[in-house]
Ligand binder design. Structure first.
Ligand SMILES: [Zn+2]
Length: 679
């Protein structure tokens, strides 16, 4: 991601977005990535979001909307670029604007900022141009080098795979690139990392990559942002990467992600390997869904980026000690993202193998079997914590608990985290509550309450004193069509809810013993009074929860994102903006968001929902999250019902409309079931 540009808060007025969407044809945009065929009023193709053999992905030129009847994915041209091409909101808007010749307005940015951003954008474009040109040259040079060709052939790489990954070769000479670029002393060559300038200056310029097979590293848009180079023999260093540049950040980029996107969706998971040769070899051997980190440990940024494309990740490591260490780092990177809906696993190959050699020795099926039996994150966490600890002694168990604490703390709140607490407590021969208390005390009561207290099973509240003059902030504040306006409940919840919805709204929640015991006397942070805000809508409330707990965005499904972004202005716009921020920066506190929102057209809305005493969203994260879940379910039900009305009208002419209606009806029933339970 071009960090320099994205760090500038950009606000894009809603009328501009409308104008942009009016001038853009979603069929063209989707058609850049998916082969579409006209079928009736719509265009059909193979869905790029799920693996399928017959087309159920439809693009409507009339509605400027795409929709998959298989997986339910839908949206407009902007969301397609975000979801399929992995662009941020602002990037997607800029991409479309550029194509239709519109200038994205950015009046709220100071002239200096604007200039800086434009210069940075220009610099990035120039750097990628330079790198693309070098990549072309390396590809040509590969065709001329029998040695390099022999190297790839020796590793079993076919011409087709070499082409797909744009593999190349850098000549032996010190200044081979002088024949590619007219001005070898152009500072851009140094800035792009292609040329190294010695300390004495001009005289000591030379190519960084010499006599190496070259792996161009592409960003999610497919632009070349750097290179990895491997020696053909046994020279050192074996692998050499481009340095950090304005377009290349090792800690954030994954080799092969651009090439693997579709395969990841089809396979249903991404395989993360240790090096580019693994990626290329795996693609050759029938696993085109592999990516690799770039000579760095796997970071949370890497994991987050990957999780935009799939909910399932398998990390594969060589069986040696270095592989084991790398796996441990990957565990650290993955923990914050290990939500209940995701699957994160670790595959350890036998000591002598990398994926390539393993498949050659044991075959594709054996590797696939290994992948399916990979170690779940939960087990690896326990193994990592128990390393060098003798669980047969109290000291060993105490040591294990101390190792486990930071790992467990890094997990997001949810069912997995609770289960891990029980499991770790069993291993230490403590009660889960005791372990949670211990860890809680060590961290300081206040600091840990949001995560630890929630996970320790203290989330459901008894009605605290003071909630006598209005509903709690998580109560729905507008009328529900299927929810009779309620009597004030004994606890003082004066809405349709007789109990706080978080009690039951998660179907698969199975509170254990500790949970119940804890329920009765859990301490609560002081809560301000919560006056009723009759005009607040669900969208307001969802905005409030997300602005105060941006990390919740990470837990949402694609449907949730679509629902939020499809809200009418200004809500939809605020959600899109927030998502773009999240994509670029990760979760930010409200104080930071508030600054970024200055003079943004969503500023008023954000301030409205975030100020006043009703804005308090304190309390256990778990319950706030369940509250958001409940809101989203209800919003989705409304959306479905609206779409169903339209489909009923179309059903007479279009048999697919009826089919779609039925699919939606199923979905609606499920959502209503959950919503009813919550109430
Ligand atoms: Zn689909």
């Amino acid at each position: 991601m071009p960090a320099v540009v994205q760090n500038t808060p950009v606000s894009i007025p809603q009328p501009f977005i409308q104008e942009l969407l009016a001038r853009t044809d979603v069929v063209d945009v989707v058609g850049r990535y998916v082969e579409l065929k006209k079928g009736g009023a719509n265009f059909m193709g193979l869905c790029p979001f799920h693996g399928e053999k017959s087309p159920s992905f439809s693009v409507s030129p009339a509605k400027q909307f795409y929709h998959c009847f298989g997986c339910g994915k839908n949206g407009n041209a902007i969301s397609f670029l975000m979801d399929h091409a992995g662009l941020g909101f602002v990037e997607a808007v800029q991409d479309l604007a550029q194509r239709v010749g519109l200038q994205v307005p950015d009046d709220d940015v100071s002239p200096q900022e604007k200039e800086r951003a434009a210069a940075a954008r220009q610099k990035q474009a120039t750097l990628t141009d330079v790198l693309e040109k070098a990549a072309d040259a390396y590809r040509r040079q590969l065709r001329e080098s029998q040695r390099a060709i022999a190297y790839f052939k020796g590793r079993g790489v076919s011409g087709a795979v070499a082409k797909r990954y744009g593999l190349g070769y850098a000549h032996e000479g010190w200044r081979s690139l002088a024949s590619v670029f007219a001005h070898y002393d152009d500072p851009l060559l140094e800035e792009s990392g292609l040329v190294i300038v010695g300390e004495d200056g001009q005289d000591k310029r030379y190519d960084r990559f010499r006599d190496r097979v070259m792996f161009p590293i592409r960003n999610v848009k497919g632009e070349c942002i750097g290179f990895g180079g491997r020696v053909l023999g046994d020279d050192k260093p074996k692998y050499l990467n481009s340095p950090e540049t304005p377009v290349f950040h090792k800690g954030r980029e994954l080799y092969g992600l651009f090439e693997a996107r579709t395969a990841i969706r089809e396979a249903g998971y991404a395989l993360v390997t240790e090096g580019y040769m693994d990626v290329v070899a795996l693609a050759q051997l029938g696993f085109p869904n592999a990516v690799a980190t770039l000579g760095t440990a796997c970071t949370p940024d890497h994991v987050q980026k990957l999780l935009r494309f799939t909910e399932a990740v398998v990390f594969s490591f060589d069986g040696d000690n270095a592989g084991r260490r790398a796996a441990r780092k990957a565990l650290d990177g993955a923990l914050p993202h290990a939500t209940d809906t995701r699957s994160i696993k670790f595959l350890f190959l036998p000591a002598e193998h990398d994926p390539d050699s393993f498949i050659r020795a044991n075959g594709t099926d054996a590797f696939a079997k290994h992948v399916s039996e990979a170690m779940p994150l939960s087990r690896f966490l326990v193994e990592a914590a128990s390393e060098n600890c003798d669980l047969g002694t109290a000291e060993g168990r105490a040591h294990m608990a101390s190792n486990a604490r930071p790992l467990w703390t890094a997990l997001p709140d949810g069912v997995l985290k609770r289960q891990m607490l029980s499991e770790l407590a069993d291993l230490t021969q403590l009660k889960a509550q005791d372990l949670a208390d211990l860890w809680g005390e060590a961290a300081g009561r206040d600091a840990i309450r949001p995560s630890t207290a929630a996970a320790a099973g203290s989330a459901p509240r008894h009605t605290p004193a003071g909630y006598t003059d209005g509903p709690p902030p998580w109560a729905p504040q507008d009328a529900d069509p299927w929810q009779p306006a309620g009597e004030p409940a004994p606890g003082g919840y004066a809405t349709g809810y007789s109990k706080p919805p978080f009690r039951k709204s998660s179907g698969d929640w199975k509170p254990g013993k500790n949970w119940k015991n804890r329920d009765r006397d859990a301490p609560w942070p002081p809560q301000p009074r919560l006056p009723r805000t009759p005009t607040a809508s669900r969208a307001d409330h969802a905005a409030r929860l997300l602005l105060s707990h941006m990390a919740f965005l990470d837990e949402l499904t694609h449907d949730d994102h679509a629902t939020l972004c499809a809200q009418a202005a200004p809500h939809g716009l605020l959600f899109s903006w927030l998502e773009a921020q999240f994509h670029e920066h990760g979760p930010l506190p409200w104080a930071v968001l508030r600054e970024s929102l200055r003079e943004h057209e969503c500023e008023a809305l954000a301030l409205k929902v975030m100020t006043g005493s009703h804005a308090q969203t304190e309390g256990a994260l778990q319950e706030l999250q369940l509250e958001l879940r409940d809101l989203l379910n209800r919003m989705q039900i409304e959306d479905i019902e609206a779409e169903q009305k339209v489909l009923m009208l179309q059903a007479a002419q279009d048999p697919t409309a009826l089919e779609r209606y039925r699919v939606l009806e199923q979905k609606r029933k499920v959502l209503r079931g959950v919503a009813a339970k919550a109430a």
